[in-house]
Design a protein. Sequence first.
Length: 268
Amino acid sequence: MDITAALILGVVQGVSEWLPVSSKTQIMFVSQYLLGASPEFAYSLGLFLESASVLAALIYFWRVYLKIIRGLLGDVEGRRWLTYVLITTLITGALGIPLYYVARRWLLVGASAGWLMAALGAAVILNAVLLQRAKTSAAGLKTFNDMKIKDMALVGIAQALAVLPGVSRSGITTTTLLLLGLKPDEAFKASFVLVPVAGLGATVLSYLSEGGAVATSTALAAFAVGIVVSLVTINALLKFARSKHVVLVNFVIGALAVAGGLLRVLAG
């Protein structure tokens, strides 16, 4: 993999990780086209490059992770974030690890996963229509503090499904959170905060599966580019989500999820 390919892969990872478009799928497409990589290796490379998203999230949301640490010492808000991360992580691990090996062996499951992503996107678009008809404003929607344990569990299940090729982790968790009634900016934040745990797990799995073959010097260059592009993308998305256009945010996220899902379906 030359430096040009590394730059392209880094940009693809840094943008697609945070949109309702599967970054794993995009990395698979690009790496197979640029590198002639096998589908199995391309899939593992996509998971490995999620480490760039991990570091970007840790940098951007460092205040939230500090609260989580304080939650261990009794901080109320921090304890709520800690509970959220623990519940989603346990459920994601229990379901996601077996799904990873199934997906890696039978990659065709990605086409069916694409339909799942498209269906969730359609549900978010419908939610946008209902919000418009009800004239609901952002102030009337839920915040993170309104989440129940069952809501957190649903997010964990959704995140586990993101191990399948064709399903965007950020997309499926953000759409789930929007359907649970959270404000767009709260939904984005609650989704993005989970990236370090899920992304680190994906990176370890890919490293173990390929015996370290994915951790090349050019892959590390793609990693560095991915961090910078990720920080820019996160900031832009949160600014958009904080706008007063709640219906528009729901519609755009839903449309992107539908497009990403159909792209995977058409790719077979």
